[in-house]
Each structure stands twice: as C-alpha cells, then as structure tokens.
Design a protein around this ligand. Structure first.
Ligand code: COA
Length: 262
C-alpha cells in the first residue's frame, strides 16, 4: 500500500512508518493523519508485524505539529472534531497492542510531540528539539499532550513546558524522562531497530500482555491495576510460550517462542 504523506516499509517482523511531508517539516495535515491511521491499523492487523517504528523523513523534523494552515480557520464547532481526530490517531498508537517506537529525528513539536508521547519508547537524535508550543498560537495541546506529558514527566515539568511553549533540546528531554535515549542522527534508526530486534526475541504474548499492563498503570487505580496485572500473569501461564520459556531455562537452552517457530 502506498500513501501520499508517509512511507510504510515492512521488514522482518516489524514495520517502519516514515512521516513524509519534508517541505512542511512533516506537519500533520488531515491527509497525513488519515494515512497514519490506516498504516497503523494495517500494522495492528498484520500477524507477522510485532512492532512499529515511527519516524520522520529527512534530518530536520519528526513532525513540526498540526498543520497550522488547517488549524487557522477553525471555530469551536470545527475545533472539537479536529482535536478528536488527532487524539484518535494517538490513542490508536498507544493501544496498538504491539510496541510502537518513536525515532525522533528532529523537531517534534505540538502534534508531533504528542504522537511521540503516544509511542511506548522514544529514541531521539542529538539535533532533536521537543516542545508543545500551542500557547504561542493561542491554543493548547489538543492531541493528548496535556494528559500524556503530565503523566510522563510529572505535573510541574509538564506545566512549565506547556505554559511557556518553549522548545527543549534532546539532552534536556532525556534529563526529564521525555525520551529514553539520545543518539547521533546517523545512528538513530539503527538504535530503534536494535531495540525492536531485542523485543522480537522475546515471547510476543508476554510482550503484549506486559504492554497492556503498563498502560493500565495510567488508566486504572492502583488496586485495580494490580488485579489487572495478576489476571494477565495468570493468562500467560496457560500459553505455549510460557511453557517453552520456563522449560528452556531449566533445560539450559535458548527458548524458541511461537512466532519464531512459525
Ligand atoms: N504547519 C504548517 N506548516 C509548517 C509547520 C506547521 N506546524 N511547521 C513548519 N511548516 C512549514 C513552514 O510554513 C515552511 O513552509 P514554506 O516553506 O512553504 O513557507 C516549511 O514548513 C519550513 O518551515 P520553516 O518555518 O521555514 O523552518 P525553520 O527551520 O525556519 O523553522 C520551526 C522550523 C519548526 C521552528 C518552525 O517551522 C515552526 O515554529 N513551526 C511551527 C511549530 C508549531 O508551532 N507547531 C505546533 C502546531 S499546533
């Protein structure tokens, strides 16, 4: 499947999705959001895809935010579906059921930062700059940024970032826990792929259950979250991967999980 605004490249066990409007710094227009929703859904439904890497084309931008030319004419009636459409794509990423890794290769601003926030792990290039500059435009982060940034870096830092609208460097993003690691631009994709390769060696039923339990930490209260974790643990005990993984350890051999045997 080819798209107008992004590239989707299927590799062995994972897909790389590249936002591709380089002349507009990969700004998220309606077409791009529709393409991204479609490409993510394809990856979700494809049983041979176990992870997704999301990045931007070129070396300048991951995505410089919602397309301001589409934003500018909005009134309150149009604003609600505009925000909900971006939130829906971010929610799809967060709940894809498979790891989604952001390779933040440059500016990740506004909606671009919010897409990165919806991913499960974020690697950033040394030149990356991140931020939520919406207040400089007279609006606020509307693709989940007020919620996810607050949960990820804490209320004080999130408030500082959102109210100032300031951009921060990749190193500062690392310091506050907004990204997992900072690497040279030339090594960024390889770093994300190396992480994916590691996850691909693990039990995919376990990876998916763990991802879902981690998300529950944000979405459920502590007691309910602990119960949710115990239920996922119990379910995994019935899986062939659990029998294989534990037997392989006891037999001092490498585990061959189901997706690797296929
Ligand atoms: N929406 C629409 N177009 C955008 C855009 C956005 N969010 N961000 C960048 N562009 C376009 C520019 O208008 C320009 O297009 P043009 O060449 O047709 O004039 C092109 O991308 C290159 O951007 P430019 O501003 O010239 O690059 P720069 O290196 O001088 O500055 C940024 C880079 C990221 C600092 C600057 O583009 C910027 O501030 N963008 C908006 C960021 C933002 O506020 N995002 C939140 C949106 S809710």
């Amino acid at each position: 499947m080819s798209y107008l605004t992004l590239l989707a490249e299927k590799k062995q066990g994972y897909t790389i999705i590249t936002l591709n409007r380089p002349d507009k710094l990969n700004a998220l227009n309606g077409q791009l959001l529709a393409d991204l929703h479609h490409a993510m859904t394809q990856a979700q439904q494809d049983a041979s895809v176990h992870a997704v890497i999301l990045t931007g084309s070129g070396v300048k931008a991951f995505a410089a935010g919602a397309d301001i030319a589409e934003l500018q004419p909005l009134d309150a009636t149009g604003g609600l579906p505009f925000s909900e459409r971006g939130q829906a794509v971010a929610n799809l990423i967060e709940h894809l059921g498979k790891p989604v890794i952001a390779a933040v290769n440059g500016f990740a601003l506004g909606g671009g930062c919010e897409l990165a926030l919806a991913c499960h792990v974020r690697f950033a290039s040394e030149n990356a700059q991140l931020g939520l500059p919406e207040v400089t435009l007279g609006t606020l982060p509307g693709y989940g940024g007020t919620q996810r940034m607050t949960r990820l870096v804490g209320r004080a830092k999130a408030t500082e970032l959102i109210l100032s609208g300031d951009r921060i460097t990749a190193q500062e993003a690392l310091r506050i826990g907004l990204v997992n690691e900072v690497v040279p631009q030339a090594d960024l994709l390889a770093r994300a792929e190396k992480f994916v390769q590691t996850v691909l060696l693990r039990s995919q039923s376990a990876v998916r259950a763990a991802l879902s339990a981690i998300l529950a930490a944000d979405e459920l209260g502590h007691v309910e979250g602990m119960h949710y974790e115990a239920e996922r643990f119990a379910e995994l005990c019935d899986t062939p991967d659990f029998k294989e993984g534990t037997s392989a350890f006891l037999e001092k051999r490498a585990a061959k999980f189901q997706h690797l045997a296929a």
